[in-house]
Write a protein that binds this ligand. Sequence first.
Ligand code: NAP
Length: 643
Amino acid sequence: MPSIGDTRRLDPHEVKESLQHAHPNVLRAVTYLMTGNPELLVMRTIEVERRGGAFIEQTLSESDAQRVRELAFELLTSPDLDQRPESAMALDFDQDRIRDAVGFLLGTRPREAEFRLAIRELGLEEACGVSTRARWSTDVDPSGWRVLVVGAGFSGIGMAVRLQELGIPYLVVDKQPRIGGTWERNQFPEARVDTTSYVYQFSFVEKYPWKEHYASQEEVRQYLEYVASSYGVTPHIRLETELVEGRFNAETSMWELVLRDKTGAEWKETANFVVSGSGLFSTPKIPAFPGLEEFEGPIVHSAQWDPGFDPTGKRVAIAGNGSTGVQILPWLANKADHVTVFQRTPQWISPLEKYKEKVSEQIQWLHDNVPFYWKWSCFNARLIRGSLGDAQEYDRAWQAAGGLVSRRNDGLRENLKAYIATKLADHPDLREACTPDYAPLARRLVVDNGWYDAIVKPNVTLIPRGVAALGRNSVIAADGTAYECDALVLATGFEVEKYTLPAKYYGPDGRTLEDVWAKDGPRAYAGVEVPGFPNFFIMYGPNGQPRGGSYVAALELWIDFAAGLIVQTIESGHRRCEVTVEAFDKYNALMDIEMERLIWEGEAPKDRNYYVNSFGRQNVNMPWRLHDYAQILWKSEDTHVFA
Ligand code: NAP
């Protein structure tokens, strides 16, 4: 990958051609950053709806876009083009200019919290004289300390990279045979991300040459292997090894750990800190259908995919039409003799621009050659994704005037209905059966991977009911009707509520996390820590998922938060760090209040929404926008005790 700072002239033809493919508003921001040209400041952004109104994107009129391309062309082909690395150039920018450029992408002047997160993600903290990264402030030797990281997915690898940088010894364990976490676990056909690859990536791995805008499962898995090996983490990973239990010893302030390898052999180790990155989507949920044992054909869960499973010539049933089931069905319908789709609840399913599209040479060229373009276009993609969060809030005035949720959410519902009507124009019965009666975004919006086209195929039958039981060679629907089949595919999701599974953790008083969470399900301070469990951090913990779905951006915040507390413990000469009960209670009380403004608990059927736990409480998403959440993490003085 060429890096900015290569002293070379750009070919004007290539520049002109590539700029046609640039996002006009991102190009405007980076050109303004480098030139401060006031002409760019006065252009007006135009708000456009994407994905039926789920996302909002700020762009420019065609005439402004053309002018931006001209100015960018002049800059990039100028003999005076700054050839220094971006990091050096950035130190010359003044804060007001950065603030204005961030405002271009937001469509409005950033609030302080938005600006603070923006400069972190854009790598401009140093230029603004701040730092939110975990780092040493004294000259201590951490070599006698040890961290156990559970899981070699995004969370575990990301945490390991930071520990490696800080020089803190660590071991990563993962029960699977390869690095990848959920991307190793979920090898079902057609699995791929539904968040653009440019958001679903670490910010510190610059200009990774993604092949597709929405990477396939294997591409993401290989990316994680690449990160682990290029940051020196791979030798510290022990695969096919699981943490069975951890007990915190109050005398020694150490976690006493029991580990197990694939042969079943167990042994003991100790660590000062444990970071659980065991993942939300790792333990398959297999409904306890009566007759499960009697069913004679293969039963394949999406997260335990059997690569040898061949549906050719078979009558196959599939349960589940969430993100996973919708990805699998078109493949199944192409191969199987007949497919019976058991749809217990219709989902909101919509197409996604650039899904399955390759990244063009021109886009790659822009990333590699236009200073700051990669960072700002990734940030822009994160903002667009995050704009979904606004449509998850109730607008009480809108409701009082007869609306259902809010202008945005109701508009999205109408657009999604129109999409269903178009796809199923010749199938009024299916149209009715497939149209949800709850608000979109109360559950995960599912990407249409050709699902509607598949259900109208002659070899596919949609049964608008759930699976109640299995016979020897049949699936019995909720109304008692038996449907003959030779194989069953379960796309029935994950044991989301069981954070930290399969390991069991015991605090110094002998209580487990499950004991603490018995009242109304898992809770944590900022989704990361639980009082009574010192030196313990959860990545992607309770209510940790950002509303717009930019999990990796949140993960990088958790990593710095946890690593910062580890550093603080070591530097302060203590051995034990723990969040206070007061901080935990205050955070959770605030969270419960915030939750009332949001649609998850009230809109979709509670027992059919993995966001909502068995106590009826939304337990997956955070109620705050990511920038507001980041402020909570960064202002966490007086929230911890060190001993
Ligand atoms: P899910 O969203 O929890 O969906 C589970 C599905 O199983 C639902 O359709 C559910 O029906 C159905 N089901 C459960 N019991 C059933 C029964 N007895 N009969 C019939 N249907 C039954 O799980 P998922 O689809 O695996 O997705 C989970 C999450 O993983 C996603 O939301 C996403 O965050 C992630 N994921 C992401 C991607 C991606 O990035 N592209 C792909 C796959 C998964 P009800 O609706 O009635 O409950």
